[in-house]
Design a binder for this molecule. Sequence first.
Ligand code: F6R
Length: 247
Amino acid sequence: IPVKIFSTPKEGSAYVAYEIAEKIRESQQNGKSIVIGLATGSTPISLYKELVRLHREEGLSFKNVITFNLDEYYPIEKEAFQSYFSFMHRQLFDHIDIDHSNIFIPDGELPKEEIKKHCQAYEQLIDSKGGIDVQILGIGNNGHIGFNEPGSSIFSRTRLITLDNSTRIANARDFQNISQVPRLAITMGLSTILKAKKIFLMAWGMKAPIIAQTVEGDVTEHVPASFLQQHNDCTFVIDETAATELT
Ligand code: F6R
């Protein structure tokens, strides 16, 4: 996996934002739409800041952009501060000119018996828009991408998953206490992610062990992100701290 190392998250994010902006402009010149897969969590915040800046200061338009988010807690109300629906609007969608009917996020409000259908429809919707052109990823300390926790199959598709304890502990920072963190989530599958034409995985700070394992270790279900070794256009964009265990 090609790895680009930057001194700071800000510089790494600026690189990814520039790459995305180029693809958006190119699709606009061709009169086409572009499909971007989005992540949440702390990692992409600086990327979204830069995309908002490119929109405000450099006239980058998102009018032809269609987005699919990787995941959402289940159950959760859209209006809850911790929902990924709220997060995405706060960090990005409220500040750019995207057509809100082009925004797709798994629905954490559905009754349980409707989830299977919703997940299938999510997959079909991605396909019907032509598939994901650029996918943004973060990585969990256990190697998860999206919420594909260790043990997820390379063939997995959008589905309901049980969050690992370590994931709930890491994400407890956004909740009053750990018991408030939902136990389940809806996530795109590994096969969904691997179908993206171009993938950027970003990692900043204390992620050196999992980055080294993902890039240099075996391809295994124990480290879901290791399947990215089999993708033909995946770039890791990391800072110096996250690079310290690479040989
Ligand atoms: C969230 C997602 C997760 C996060 C991962 C890292 O949409 O896809 O895989 O990217 O849990 O989270 P942070 O960035 O908060 O360290």
